[in-house]
Design a protein around this ligand. Structure first.
Ligand code: HEM
Ligand code: HEM
Length: 184
């Protein structure tokens, strides 16, 4: 393992993109930690109200931030890393789009699942958001299950993604990690 080389030119992500990235990473991890599991009766019991409300608040914030971030990205594209081999750039792009896909689909399946089951959304401190869809319980229950799976996949993929970022920094000694860290 080596220390990164000093005095490198670092092309950073924009300050806004970095803020989106780190706030989202933090919210996803906390949302995952406080997620409520088990049968529907447990998830929507009054004993789970606080945990579920917090989980929904964090998850809905991730959803809103991701939509805003994707719009932002159209106008301010990310920096490229021309020093990397083409296959590595391609792999990074694939991984990033998979993460974006999960950041949209994980909250979306939760929202649709809860509504189709006939439950309002109950984000902490924001009141109830009544279903906008007619109930369809079987589909709702399946979407709620898929939501849990997608949440797990998101955490595993984000973990692998973080490990790759550390590999770039400590083994390849390139500027990939630094492009996402604070600094000018
Ligand atoms: C990126 C954000 C999110 C992540 C990583 C995430 C993750 C998870 C995970 C892993 C579970 C399963 C927990 C277990 O079985 O132990 C779960 C369950 C749940 N999540 Fe999320 N979630 C997110 C966003 C949301 C949002 C936006 C909502 C609702 C507005 C929500 C509502 C729920 C509900 C109601 C359950 C219980 C599902 C059931 O009925 O079985 N989540 N979440
Ligand atoms: C839940 C946690 C995380 C999520 C959902 C996530 C998601 C993402 C996404 C979607 C991108 C692509 C940005 C774009 O091109 O617009 C990205 C880039 C990046 N992330 Fe993460 N990330 C997470 C955690 C981490 C952690 C813990 C690290 C560092 C250890 C990290 C390091 C980076 C770096 C260095 C880039 C830029 C890579 C490049 O330009 O090729 N991320 N991340």
């Amino acid at each position: 393992m080596h220390a990164p080389l000093p005095g490198r030119l670092i092309v950073h992500y924009s300050a806004t993109a970095r803020l989106f990235h780190w706030i989202t990473a933090l919210l996803v991890v906390v949302a995952y930690i406080v997620s409520v599991g088990g049968r529907e009766a447990r998830v929507y019991s009054s004993a789970s109200d606080f945990e579920r409300g917090l989980h929904e608040l964090l998850g809905l914030t991730v959803f809103a931030l991701t939509l805003a971030r994707l719009c932002w990205r159209i106008f301010v594209p990310p920096p490229s890393h021309p020093e990397l081999p083409a296959w590595m750039e391609f792999g990074a792009r694939l991984g990033h789009w998979a993460l974006y896909g999960l950041l949209v689909l994980t909250p979306l399946t939760a929202i649709l699942g809860a509504w189709l089951e006939g439950h309002p959304l109950t984000p902490l401190g924001a009141g109830d958001i009544r279903p906008w869809l007619a109930p369809s319980r079987e589909l709702g229950l399946s979407l709620a299950d898929i939501h849990g799976w997608l949440g797990d996949v998101l955490i595993w993929l984000a973990g692998a993604h973080a490990a790759v970022a550390l590999y770039h920094h400590f083994w390849r000694r390139d500027t990939v990690l630094m492009s996402m860290l604070p600094g000018r």
